[in-house]
Design a protein around this ligand. Sequence first.
Ligand code: HEC
Ligand code: HEC
Ligand code: HEC
Ligand code: HEC
Ligand code: HEC
Length: 453
Amino acid sequence: MKNLQKFFFTAGLMFAAACLFLASCTKEGPVGATGPAGKDGTNGKDASETCKQCHAKAVVDAIATEFEMSKHNWGTTAFEEAGNTGCTPCHTQKAFIYVCENNTPVEFTFAGGKWSNPYATNDANAIGAISCFTCHSQLHTTYGMSDLILTNTAPVNMTMWGAPGKGKTIDFTQDGSKGNLCVKCHQPRPLTCGYDPAGRVLDYDSVAQYPAVVMYDSTAGVKNKYLKPSYRMHIHYGAVGAVVAGKGAIEFAGTYSYASSAHTTVASCQDCHMAGPMTGIAGGHSFNVRNAKESALSSSTTWNFNGCNVATCHGASPLDANSAKFKDTRAAVKTLLDALAVKINACGLGHDILHKNADPLTNAWAGIATGNQDGYLDIYSAGTNDAGYWRDPSSTSAINMAKPKFPKLTNGQTGAIINFQFCLREYSLGIHNTNYVKALLNNSIAVLAAQGW
Ligand code: HEC
Ligand code: HEC
Ligand code: HEC
Ligand code: HEC
Ligand code: HEC
């Protein structure tokens, strides 16, 4: 039968070819008979059925729309930091997947007289905007729903501690450890000691244990091997994951203990940040809790409380913006932040040392503290803080040298500045971890008071 078909098929082709030939030399030939159909191909997998589990209006399409509201999507740092192997593990897709897959170590290594941070990707992987595939790196592997697995749920070794043996690990075990995905990126960065030729990282334990020791004193020529003040002497922008865990700040001894609040063990990032249904631009894959983009925190700011009010959490007496648990907690933390800012600024003897900026487009923390601080120091920096009041110890430009020398700092003051940045840049005025934030602010205020400020 097969051979017969083949014969007819071949014969049909020859006939058709003959007709073509005829057609090219005469005006019109007869139309040939249609040949028999060819062999069916083997059945493919019905791919579109598994695709449709995700590629449906209610799934990928809806989530992609929510994601447009996320700073992961509209933020520009993935473009700005592209190519930088040290910055991209938290700012780009390929570098993040690289450090997760390779379990890249975070402990600094010592070679050639210098400490260096191994937490980096390679040149080929230092790129990629944050997308669905960043957090769900297995997408399009089996083309099934299991591909939604998160890129990282393993415990996270914090990148800020530097020296071997000093490290701390964050492990949110609740809710399938999903919080470990977020904290892999949302964690503080180390402060490098600018006066240390070996590039040591600031040892938080020494700062906490010896608050009276002088960290910086330009007038006495004491530079030690410590921090060099600058506009951007800071913990970076990702304090949040650490504050939720109750780790990563300068823990001065004091009357307040550093125990964490309930959120550390019973809530996880996505419970508050991804709760549905969305409220304006907050909830779902927008990752926002605040229903506002780039506007200063004010009395008219609105929020998504859907995550707070699930039955297992605050469902019994639901929260809103006027609930004491929310409003009073935040007001109390704001008062403490403001009080600490006053004591830190006092060391400028008439001029603030904390930088201020009321513009919400350039200061993500506008409105959080009353003074609109952003966590930077008001030190001159060409191009970034041209109006800076204090002299930058690293620059010898004429304009810089005409400015007053930055005041002396003890470890106590330095730690207080770091804790101020940490508690300001956790954004939530204590909601992430009320006890930890209150302990940091109160104990820092007490350390400065004991030093006469
Ligand atoms: C587990 C969920 C899931 C499944 C199953 C799935 N996809 Fe996707 N797909 C996604 C996501 C998420 C995106 C990215 C959407 C976006 O960025 O807006 C995507 C994007 C795409 C794109 C756009 C190009 C790209 O890679 O970004 C194509 C084409 C595509 N998918 C085809 C398919 C086909 C064909 C199947 C079935 C064989 C399939 N997908 C199955 C989740 C899935
Ligand atoms: C790959 C690293 C990475 C992961 C994983 C990650 N984030 Fe982010 N996130 C960022 C970066 C980087 C930004 C800022 C982007 C920019 O400005 O370009 C950001 C921004 C945000 C913002 C907006 C911040 C603002 O200033 O308005 C929120 C909220 C947020 N992330 C929450 C989360 C949550 C919750 C998770 C876990 C479900 C998470 N992120 C996982 C890197 C990450
Ligand atoms: C350990 C992870 C991590 C590393 C490494 C890292 N960042 Fe970030 N960075 C973040 C996160 C998370 C945010 C977003 C924080 C937020 O908006 O709440 C951020 C925010 C930023 C922002 C935006 C600030 C703003 O006001 O919008 C800039 C700029 C930035 N990073 C630059 C860098 C540079 C430059 C490097 C390398 C020198 C770097 N980052 C390394 C985690 C990291
Ligand atoms: C910053 C990390 C991050 C990014 C980026 C991200 N997701 Fe997710 N996604 C999560 C987390 C975390 C969960 C689990 C949420 C939960 O358990 O409540 C999740 C859950 C999901 C689910 C399961 C259903 C649901 O809504 O909970 C789907 C589907 C999904 N994501 C699709 C997407 C698509 C499509 C994109 C891109 C448009 C995307 N994700 C981008 C972190 C991310
Ligand atoms: C108990 C609820 C809750 C939990 C749990 C929680 N957050 Fe938040 N988060 C908030 C609130 C409230 C804010 C303040 C929002 C604002 O002012 O924009 C906030 C602000 C933030 C911001 C600043 C961005 C923004 O939209 O202003 C980031 C980034 C962030 N959280 C990340 C995280 C990460 C990462 C985790 C988990 C390690 C986490 N959060 C856990 C409630 C929570």
